[in-house]
Write a protein that binds this ligand. Structure first.
Ligand code: TXA
Ligand code: MG
Length: 319
C-alpha cells in the first residue's frame, strides 16, 4: 500500500530524497523521480520492469525551462510548444550534458513536456529539478488513468501517489520531433495530427511497429491487457460461440456480438472520440480484471483522436 493524497510538499520531500512519487497529468499518471538523479532513474526502470533501452520523458515546469536541458534546433517545435504547453505534446530536442544518459537511453535527443495538471505543475514549480516520468504501469501493460490504477499495480514500489482524480484526456502525449527537415510524429496521442498541422503545416507520421525499434517506445506490443483481445472480424469462432468474452464497443454496438457477450462497455454510446479516449484504458482494465476470458472490440473511425485510439488497440492486439 502506498500513501495517497494531495500533499505537494510531502511529494517534493520524497523526490528530493530520490524516492518515487506517482503524479497525475492530463494524459495518464506518471511514475516520477528526480530526472537528474541516476539513483531515482534506476528505481523507475526497476519498478516498471522497463528495459533500459526505452527512454523517459522529462517533465518541466514551463517553456523557459527547456533551455536548461536542451536547445531548440527547429523553430517549428518551439512554435508548437508555445501553442500547446502546458498540454499533451512531447518534443524531442538535442539535449545538454546535464541530462543523464539513462534518461535518453544514450540518444542525443531528450523528450520534454510541460503537463497540464494543476497539482503536478505546482509540484514542478516547487522542485529544483525536472521529473523523469514514464506512465505508471508495469512495462507493456495498460496505462493508468486514476490513482487507484497506480495503487493496484505499483503501490508497493512508491513513496506516495499524488491524487489528481481521473485524467481528463486518458491518452498519452503526442510525441513530435524533426527528421530530414520535416516535423515528424513518433507517437499519436492526446493532440491530433490536425491540431499540429493547423500550426506548422503538413507533418509526417512515423509509427514504427517492430519488436526491436530504432526509436524505442514504438514497440509493436504495448498498452496490452493480459487477456487476448481481438477485432470482432478476427475473433475465432469458438471465442464468440463460447460467450465468455467481454465486448468493448463504440457507438451503436453490433447486436449479434452484444447478445453473446458476458460483459460490455461502450467507449462512447454517442460516438464521441474524446469521450472514448477518456474511457479507453479504464474499460480495458475493467474487462481485464473481470471474469471474461477474452476481449472483443472494433476500430473507431480513423480520424482525429480515433487514430491514436486505434493505434493503442492495434498494439494491445499485437501480443
Ligand atoms: O502522456 C505522456 O507522455 C505520459 C505522461 C506521464 O507524461 N508519459 C508517457 O511516458 O507516456 P512513457 O515512458 O510511457 O512513454 C514515453 C515514450 C516512450 O515510448 C519512449 O520510448 C519515448 O516516449 N521517448 C522518450 N524519450 C525519448 C527519446 N529521447 N527519443 C525517442 N523516444 C523517446
Ligand atoms: Mg507508457
Amino acid at each position: 500500500m502506498s500513501l495517497i493524497g494531495k500533499n505537494i510538499s510531502f511529494a517534493a520531500e520524497l523526490l528530493r530524497q530520490h524516492q518515487l512519487v506517482a503524479i497525475p497529468t492530463e494524459t495518464v499518471y506518471g511514475l516520477a523521480g528526480n530526472g537528474l538523479s541516476e539513483q531515482a532513474i534506476v528505481s523507475i526502470f526497476e519498478a516498471k520492469q522497463r528495459p533500459f533501452f526505452d527512454p523517459l520523458i522529462l517533465h518541466i515546469k514551463n517553456i523557459e525551462a527547456v533551455e536548461t536541458y536542451a536547445h531548440w534546433h527547429d523553430s517549428r517545435l518551439k512554435t508548437l510548444a508555445e501553442r500547446f504547453w502546458p498540454g499533451p505534446l512531447t518534443v524531442l530536442l538535442p539535449r545538454h550534458k546535464v541530462v543523464p544518459d539513462l534518461v535518453t537511453a544514450g540518444s542525443n535527443l531528450v523528450a520534454l513536456r510541460v503537463p497540464n495538471q494543476a497539482l503536478t505543475l505546482r509540484l514542478l514549480k516547487e522542485l529544483e529539478f525536472p521529473l523523469a516520468a514514464p506512465s505508471a504501469n508495469p512495462f507493456g501493460y495498460i496505462s493508468p488513468t486514476s490513482a487507484i490504477h497506480v495503487e493496484k499495480q505499483l503501490g508497493n514500489k512508491l513513496g506516495y501517489i499524488l491524487n489528481g482524480g481521473h485524467c481528463h484526456l486518458g491518452l498519452e502525449s503526442t510525441i513530435v520531433g524533426v527528421e530530414a527537415g520535416e516535423v515528424c510524429v513518433y507517437r499519436l496521442g492526446g493532440l491530433t495530427v490536425a491540431d499540429l498541422e493547423a500550426v506548422v503545416g503538413p507533418v509526417s507520421i512515423q509509427l514504427n511497429q517492430s519488436d526491436n525499434p530504432k526509436t524505442p517506445g514504438q514497440l509493436k506490443s504495448h498498452y496490452a491487457p493480459r487477456k487476448p483481445i481481438y477485432l470482432i472480424e478476427d475473433a475465432p469462432n469458438e471465442v464468440l460461440a463460447a460467450a465468455n468474452f467481454g465486448y468493448l464497443s463504440f457507438g451503436e454496438p453490433h447486436l449479434t456480438v452484444l447478445e453473446k457477450a458476458s460483459a460490455h462497455y461502450n467507449l462512447s454510446p454517442q460516438g464521441q472520440l474524446k469521450e472514448a479516449a477518456t474511457n479507453l484504458f479504464n474499460y480495458l482494465r475493467l474487462l481485464d480484471e473481470s471474469h471474461v476470458k477474452h476481449i472483443v472490440t472494433q476500430f473507431l473511425p480513423n480520424e482525429g483522436l480515433g487514430l491514436a485510439i486505434n493505434d493503442r488497440l492495434k498494439r494491445a492486439m499485437a501480443k
